[in-house]
Design a protein around this ligand. Structure first.
Ligand code: KG4
Ligand code: ZN
Length: 368
């Protein structure tokens, strides 16, 4: 089955074309095309993502990327495909319906419906399916190179503990199979990615802050400052990041830190130590709670996904922890951690096999 997937839940406009085969217990995916158009430069002056700007950019980018993928020619507002020979060969359109910024989600949904309606005259079996963005992240471990080389049966990876860490979510799940899971815990306030973004901003670095903090932390001493790791010792599987962010704020205030927009900041040991110490405090809780869940549920694997899964230090820490616990550690390849449409195609295919279609209505707060 060839799936055209569309992702517009936040500030990345993404379209992918994926060939999906196999059953619900052993799905296989081949990425034919994947294009992501980042809006970072548009939102950067505002210090974060502005929903209506995101919507405007998605509306502009979607037909552009669609045209690029299928090498089609039409004006932006009129992409009628009248001849069967020119129609892209697809079997389903998958689109993110939530969670995310509602104006941004609507841009993707409206475009997906237009594509579907347009191509339906050429292929009356063409399906359209609404996808949960978090399921996209969750299933993105299926794209891992490690899975291909291991050639292991997916069944042997379960039960698994899955961490979804992004700009909007910090979720720990127990997965019994590819179709059955339950949430163990989540953040009580800020998401972990959000705390990276906010601390970077305090230090005077641009959005998105995660990659900036990672870069700074590589030059710093992670034991320099002992920032708190909120909820590290609690018996539940929840997280909290707003207190850590506030501790960094107070530390900066106490040290009269005023960021200048100079590149010298990268050379400042003070800033590097703050970044390294903050990162250490933020990641420590994720690793500890994932490890505890492995023990409690006798899990065979840890899956990591979401934008923060791009963090090298987190991947390293979880790799070490998995080795210690003698379980598999599986994370998507580097370009499929932050938002992309390939993961939406994967979740769309799984949704179709599970007969779980979602309404084509934007739902900003949809859970998993
Ligand atoms: O999954 P994603 O692209 O969007 C959401 O669904 O939220 O995640 C974006 C988040 C941002 O907060 C960004 O700062 C963070 O992922 N991020 C990172 C890194 N790369 C992206 N955080 C820490 N280290 C990174 N290398
Ligand atoms: Zn995401």
């Amino acid at each position: 089955m060839r799936i055209l997937a569309i992702e517009t839940s936040c500030d990345d406009t993404a379209i992918a074309l994926v060939e999906a085969t196999g059953s619900i217990s052993s799905p296989k995916f081949k990425i034919l095309k994947s294009v992501i158009s980042s809006q970072i430069e548009v939102h950067r002056p505002w210090g974060g993502v502005v929903p209506n700007l995101a919507k405007r950019e998605h509306i502009k980018n979607l037909p552009e990327i669609f045209r690029q993928i299928f090498k089609l020619q039409f004006s932006n507002n009129n992409f009628q495909i009248n001849s069967k020979s020119k129609a892209p060969k697809i079997d389903a359109v998958a689109v993110t319906v939530g969670p995310g910024l509602e104006p941004a989600l609507w841009a993707g949904i409206t475009f997906a419906k237009q594509v579907w309606q347009n191509l339906k005259s050429q292929n009356s079996n063409l399906k359209i399916i609404g996808v949960n963005h978090l399921e996209g992240h969750l299933y993105s471990f299926l794209l891992s190179d490690g899975l291909k080389t291991k050639n292991s049966k997916l069944k042997t990876l379960f039960p698994a503990v899955a961490l979804i860490v992004s700009g909007g979510h910090t979720i720990l799940l127990k997965m019994d199979s590819l179709t059955k899971w339950n949430m163990l815990g989540e953040t009580r306030d800020d998401a972990v990615g959000e705390s990276f973004d906010k601390v970077a901003k305090m230090l005077g670095f641009p959005y998105p802050g995660g990659p900036e903090i990672q870069k700074l932390a590589e030059k710093g001493n992670k034991s320099a400052i002992s920032f708190p790791s909120p909820m590290l010792g609690t018996k539940d599987y929840n997280f909290s990041y707003s207190g850590l962010k506030t501790s960094v704020l107070y530390y900066l205030r106490d040290h009269n830190y005023q960021h200048q927009s100079s590149k010298n900041q990268y050379k400042s040991a003070f800033v590097a130590d703050i970044a390294a110490s903050f990162q250490e405090a933020a990641l420590k809780v994720l690793v500890k709670k994932a490890g505890r869940a492995v023990n409690e549920f006798d899990a065979k694997s840890i899956f990591l996904s979401g934008g923060v899964a791009a963090n090298k230090e987190l991947r390293e820490k979880l790799k070490v922890e998995s080795k210690k616990l003698k379980v598999n550690f599986i994370a998507p390849p580097m370009n499929f951690n932050t938002d992309n449409a390939v993961m939406i195609a994967v979740a769309g295919y799984m949704g179709m096999l599970r007969k779980k279609n979602r309404k084509l209505i934007a739902n900003g707060t949809m859970g998993i």
